[in-house]
Design a protein around this ligand. Sequence first.
Ligand code: 2BA
Length: 147
Amino acid sequence: MISVNNRALLDMPISEFIISSEKVAHVQSGNSAEHALLVLTKTGYSSIPVLDMKYRLQGLLSTKMITEAILGLERIEYEKLSDIRVEEVMDPAVVYLKLSDTFQRALDLVINHAFLCVVDEDGTFVGIMTRRIILKQLKKYIYQHNA
Ligand code: 2BA
């Protein structure tokens, strides 16, 4: 039976668990779907953040969103890739964390999202918090307090 006084963990600020923006693969909303597909394929990530020119979060983009946009009745219409902009196919309804949020909010949200984008008070993208990091932190905390 796991028993920890978990308030200390839940109230922790998220800032120290963030993968900073310069290490996060992303695309810009004005990029072509062709460029975005290249980024997704080369990095190997299934979904990445979409930013505007001022580094503000606009949405999320996955390979599936691109392939659905070029899916014809009988074939995949690759020639359309260069004409489609990322903003036309991305999901703009992105759930995100603020820098001032606590570990508890991240834990609640990461159940349904593999990663969470983090923005500062001006709405500028500062990085992501992944499910892996949150689980790692949770494991560390449980092991330390049940030794
Ligand atoms: P996925 O791309 O679906 O990746 C699921 C998990 O597979 C990742 O979990 C990670 O453990 C592993 N993985 C996938 N691609 C990897 C790679 N190129 N290098 C190392 N490990 C890889 P998490 O680390 O928890 O990441 C969750 C999600 O966060 C990823 O889902 C991806 O959508 C996003 N993500 C993680 N790191 C990113 C980065 N540096 N840039 C952009 N997106 C990132």
